[in-house]
Write a protein that binds this ligand. Sequence first.
Ligand code: SF4
Length: 241
Amino acid sequence: MSSALNRRLEMLNQRYEGVGPLAAISAITEEEFEPGKVALVSSFGTESAVLLHMISRFRADLPVLFLDTGKLFGETKRYRDQLVDMLGLTNVQSITPDPAAVAARDPKGVLWSQNPDACCALRKVEPLARATAPYEGWFTGRKAFQAASRAAVPVFELVEGKFKINPLVTWTKTDLNNYFEQYKLPRHPLEADGYLSIGCMPCTSRVEAGEDARAGRWRGSDKVECGIHLPAGQTPALVES
Ligand code: SF4
């Protein structure tokens, strides 16, 4: 990784320390990156509406990359359509796995049950790497409170030569709830049913009281991230081994 990128990373984290997400998003999209060089990656999950709404206030045409793994809940796709209409987002792109790779490596669609890291590599990591290739950076909606594994996430990270930007990282669940109420944002239809963090259907379960919001993801295994949010060097193998 180049020292120039590392210096920029350090400078960005110093510049945006303590800056609220709205001011940060405005400055980052207008000043820090050239037009067309920053995107947003959204799962359209339980808390996604907040960041999508903030982005829509400044740049409704910002590229929004939505990973359609082929294993999502139908409710998530309907929620995506609802938010796109409501927020006037004009550049939402569905990112899908390579059909030839799926046919070769997961012909029966059950790889998730045999090797979830390989399934996430096929259906999430590789498509996202292709989709983010034209950009210098991308926004994520990660928050520190979501799980112990995210407690120390900074606003800017540098992973595989790309800046990952986490403007909501210091926000609490109360901050998010207040924002939902202030702007009358709709909730993901599965949230009221106990799904507090929503990914692919086979790998998502309800969360019990007192558990981390992400405790329902890959329940019963030690897997906590799909690979797109692992630190540099810890990304799962990009092809099934
Ligand atoms: S979350 Fe589950 S179904 Fe989705 S890509 Fe990962 S292993 Fe496959």
